[in-house]
Design a protein around this ligand. Structure first.
Ligand SMILES: C[S@@+](CC[C@H](N)C(=O)[O-])C[C@H]1O[C@@H](n2cnc3c(N)ncnc32)[C@H](O)[C@@H]1O
Length: 263
């Protein structure tokens, strides 16, 4: 089958051109300039499989196996890690302003926050944690992929921990994009989220259970000079009030991110 015929057959498939270009290892312009090129058997098989996944509603990042975060490529796997979101990129700018030497990224998932900071802040000491140890293989893969083009000049380590339970060090910054979605929100597109691991998305107590627990633990352990937390803007008022009653002062809000300083 020719490229142009495959594209015609998939004219109603979202991102069909991106999928075919990925299978061929080319950019989308190639599809136009080589529309009469015949697809090989394995190329056709792979493109058909990926198109079927996309048609079933799987997000493009999972179909391709990667996405971009703060300009770098991060591999992702369905049911294992959340797809990094553009709103989380503000975390990186806010933390760079704080010029921290030591950072803990709680609930690292794909590693997008901790790994990006390791490359953006050379010389820093970064610990990434998650309740799921199996994520760390993917985090390592992401570090190695980026390190093909950029030198890693920070110390980066991993620890499995339920929030701060197994962590006793102190940090300049603790950053966390924990699950904060309340399953009862009526604006949720649950189908769109169905390919992502539910324990990376949902939390009880209006979505605030884990965030409040983290604030409690950070206060008790005096674990961080700064806390940088992501949550839906509709939750910020409650988070600010909770943190201000637990030893932290609210210093900044940007998009989905709230920043606190230990009092
Ligand atoms: C919303 S995802 C964020 C992933 C990544 N940091 C990002 O920004 O894309 C939340 C992450 O928190 C982890 N997690 C959930 N409960 C946790 C807990 N009690 N302690 C530590 N990590 C937890 C999940 O496994 C998941 O990787």
């Amino acid at each position: 089958m020719k490229i142009k015929d495959w594209l015609f057959d998939h004219k109603n498939t979202l991102d069909a051109d991106i999928i075919l270009a990925e299978v061929l290892g080319k950019d989308r312009t190639f599809l136009v300039t080589h529309e009469d090129q015949e697809l090989e058997g394995d190329e056709l098989e792979c493109a058909n499989r990926m198109a079927a996944e996309r048609e079933s509603g799987m997000p493009l990042a999972y179909v391709l196996g990667y996405t971009y975060f703060y300009g770098r490529k991060f591999f992702v796997e369905p049911s294992l890690v959340l797809i990094p979101r553009p709103e989380t990129e503000d975390v990186i700018d806010l933390i760079k302003e704080l010029r921290p030497k030591s950072i803990l990224d709680v609930g690292t998932g794909s590693g997008c926050i901790g790994v990006t900071l390791a490359f953006e802040l050379p010389g820093s000491n970064i610990l990434v944690s998650d309740i799921h140890e199996q994520n760390f293989e993917l985090v390592s893969k992401n570090i190695n992929e980026i390190a093909k083009n950029e030198r890693l000049e920070s110390k980066l380590s991993f620890v499995k921990s339920d929030l701060l339970r197994d962590i006793n060090e102190k940090f300049d910054v603790i950053v966390a994009n924990l699950p904060y979605v309340d399953e009862k929100w009526n604006w949720l597109d649950k189908d769109a989220l169905s390919h992502e691991p539910s324990d990376a998305l949902y939390a009880e107590d209006g979505g605030l259970k884990l965030i409040k627990e983290l604030i409690d633990q950070a206060e008790e352990k005096q674990a961080a000079k700064h806390l940088v937390l992501e949550a839906d803007p509709c939750q910020h008022k409650d988070i600010v009030s909770y943190a201000e009653n637990h030893g932290f002062k609210h210093t900044k809000t940007k998009g989905f991110i709230v920043v606190f300083e230990l009092v």
